[in-house]
Write a protein that binds this ligand. Structure first.
Ligand code: NAD
Length: 338
């Protein structure tokens, strides 16, 4: 039976990497019925509709799962990020970003296999901001709640336990942000006691960044608040070949939205240069979520083979192939695997 999934191609390089991903999914033979929504963000505003039209969250609520391309957010003025709105409206509190090395990528490290679990609905991204125009003073509130902290740390430990992972490291700044980071760390330590089989430690965020760049192999599962998690995951993406290869997924208790870590990359949009690997790896996470394990494994194996061969790759990872050429080549390899 076909899986009913919401499809949001997004903008910028979104439509290019989405059609490449659909080609690879098609090669697995798994059947999907897509509910596609192209009008979102800037294109919706141009049609005088809200940036996040209500039919989008409604579609995801009905289907439970979405595959999403990046959506541009205007810097400074303009509408609130559609990505943040979607995560908040669907209460997608866990942003999961695996950083796993692929063979043949020119990177200072090999065999990195770590996962960042980022709290996705509160912290400094809670949207609690004020600006006093007279005094020209701006405030952003980092809201951290016990419930929000408990559920993301518990999600991370639960994932670690179910997937045979050894260690959870909690990244914080509780030495300075004694209340917000302090609460997150306190709750983290409490949750850790419920999982005696998983090791637990914590790191101050600045030290964590240095440690990650020097000794990334020491890390396994890393959990943090929204802003720190966002920055850490781009840093970790850089360790395994950049944003073109780094997958992501947003989970709540009821819904899951699979999207790459990268944005809409306006500098290369429409040029056939984008690397679809990140969205393809997000789609692999989706296949796992839908219990299509064989197909997920086939795409992973094919990806490793194509990267190890190094003949058909996009420019960001040292190749000269286009988005479509890479997708066609990978899809042919997936068909062989299935
Ligand atoms: P970006 O991730 O779009 O681009 C950063 C750099 O990485 C650029 O040089 C880009 O060319 C490169 N890059 C990104 N993805 C790539 C890929 N698949 N293949 C090859 N190169 C790739 O980040 P940005 O420039 O800071 O953001 C651009 C827009 O995207 C902004 O409007 C931002 O708000 C939005 N954004 C959206 C999401 C999302 O939808 N989830 C996430 C991050 C940023």
């Amino acid at each position: 039976m076909a899986h009913h999934v919401t499809l949001l191609p997004g903008d910028g390089i979104g439509p290019e990497v989405t059609s490449a991903t659909l080609r690879v999914l098609e090669a697995t033979g798994v059947e999907f019925e897509w509910d596609t929504h192209k009008i979102i963000g800037t294109s919706a505003v141009e049609e005088e509709r809200p940036e996040l039209p209500d039919d989008v969250p409604a579609s995801i609520r009905e289907r439970g799962v979405a595959l999403k391309g990046p959506i541009t957010t205007p810097v400074g003025e303009g509408f609130t990020s559609v990505n943040v709105q979607l995560r908040q409206r669907l209460d997608l509190y866990a942003n999961v970003r695996p950083c796993v090395s692929l063979p043949g990528i020119d990177s200072p490290f090999e065999d990195i296999d770590l996962i960042i679990f980022r709290e996705n609905t509160e912290g400094l991204y809670a949207g609690i901001e004020t600006y006093d125009a007279r005094l020209e003073i701006a405030d952003s509130t980092a809201r951290v709640t016990r419930r929000g902290s408990e559920r993301i740390v518990d999600f991370c430990f639960d994932y670690a336990q179910k997937n045979g992972r050894d260690t959870v490291t909690l990244a914080h700044k509780a030495n300075i942000l004694k209340e917000s980071s302090g609460l997150f760390l306190k709750v983290g330590r409490e949750i850790a006691e419920r999982y005696p089989d998983v090791n637990f430690n914590d790191r101050i965020i600045d030290n964590m960044c240095m440690q990650l760049v020097m000794y990334p192999q020491q890390y396994d599962c890393i959990v943090s608040t929204n802003l720190f998690g966002d920055i850490l995951s781009d840093l970790a993406a850089g360790l395994v070949g950049g944003l073109g290869v780094t997958a992501g997924a947003n989970f709540g208790d009821d819904y899951a939205v699979f999207e790459a870590v990268h944005g809409s990359a306006p500098d290369i949009a429409g040029q056939g240069k984008a690397n679809p690997t990140a969205l393809i790896r997000s789609a692999v996470m989706m296949l796992d979520h839908l219990n299509e394990t064989k197909a997920a494994q086939a795409v992973n194996t094919a990806l490793r083979d194509v990267y190890a061969a190094g003949e058909v790759l996009t420019a960001d990872v040292g190749g000269s192939s286009s988005t479509t050429e890479f997708a066609e080549h990978l899809a042919a390899r997936v068909e062989e695997e299935m």
